[in-house]
Design a binder for this molecule. Sequence first.
Ligand SMILES: *Cc1c(COP(=O)(O)O)cnc(C)c1O
Length: 400
Amino acid sequence: MNRTAHDSQIEDPKSVSSRPIFSNRMKPIKLVDLQSQYHKIKPEVDAAIGEVLESTMFIGGEHVKNFSQELETYLNVKNVIPCANGTDALQIALMALDLKPGDEVLTPSFTYIATCEVIALLQLEPIFVEVDPDTFTIDINDARSKVTPKTKAIIPVHLYGQCANMDEVMKLAQSENLKVIEDTAQAIGATYTGSMFSGKAGTIGDVGTTSFFPSKNLGCYGDGGALMTNNDEFAKRIRMIANHGQLKRYYHDDIGVNSRLDNIQAAVLRIKLNHLDSYAKSRQSVADYYTSQLQDDVNIITPKIAAYSDHVFHQYTVKLEGVDRQGLQDYLESKGIPTNIYYPVPAHLQKGYAHYSDGEGSMPVTEKLSREVLSFPIHTEMDEEQLKHIATSIKEYLTR
Ligand SMILES: *Cc1c(COP(=O)(O)O)cnc(C)c1O
């Protein structure tokens, strides 16, 4: 091909489309920027990882023990039991409840699949519940209407970083004798302040579960998870299940699983736990900026912050009304702004879960939300220039 001098200055169109067009100096916008975050704590992290490598204590070890204790202190909970990931944490919590096959567990359909997955995996019945369309967390009236004599547990998910209405969850659980597992994978560090109950997310129900997946608010550099509970008996049972059902080595009193947090990840988490509150503040100021810029637009409904919970903004998720969502995403993409949909297909419409579902039309609130939600970039390392560019670009699209 004959290239002229002019041609050779034209960049690969693919690389152009993923970069901001009118500012060469702006830091590229990412949904999550773990690299910039790492650079700020790099000396500490590298030293801690290096020290674990030298010690060769990869499984178990001081960091795992110390991190668990430090997280107990931070959450003001009696027991933190680390495990391999957030999905395992949910599975182990359910295993510890001693349910029978066919027992029913209430869980929102508008969430990540993990909750429904472990319920089904343990041969329990996931019962899909609607969410409140303003807070995106479990709709207790719908939950109550779906309770049967077989209902044994409820899993509220603190979606996007805000706690479900735990007073309502606990009232229902007490009146129907249900166990409560709080999925706090997206809300670690959030504080619930109800009129009957209060505490850190994950510490109000019988057990809380969380994930340290890298992009979570408290993320490690691989997989990790934990369970938290104030019930010592329950904690003992959970520890045993997560460790092959053994209390004493090679004596298996129970059927368990192998689910461990490793020492390198725990070392990273100890460092990041010290920053968790300031990370939440950074996320909250990003959210405040978006809301201040977008709240007057009739086509966008900005996140509602409930009176009973603060919001640690794992995601900043709006509802679009009368907007071509794909069109907006494409436009923003052309401006170097990634967006995402959490979650495009609710659990009850997933093919793998058809057996448990009444199908399309059975959960109108959830189905409407999955058509309307859109999440904008939010993380701990966003700067003003990026935020202005995002807000301006959204407004440009909406007023075209
Ligand atoms: C991330 C997440 C999980 C699963 O965590 P993993 O560590 O990826 O297994 C569970 N529930 C919710 C709500 C999540 O966001």
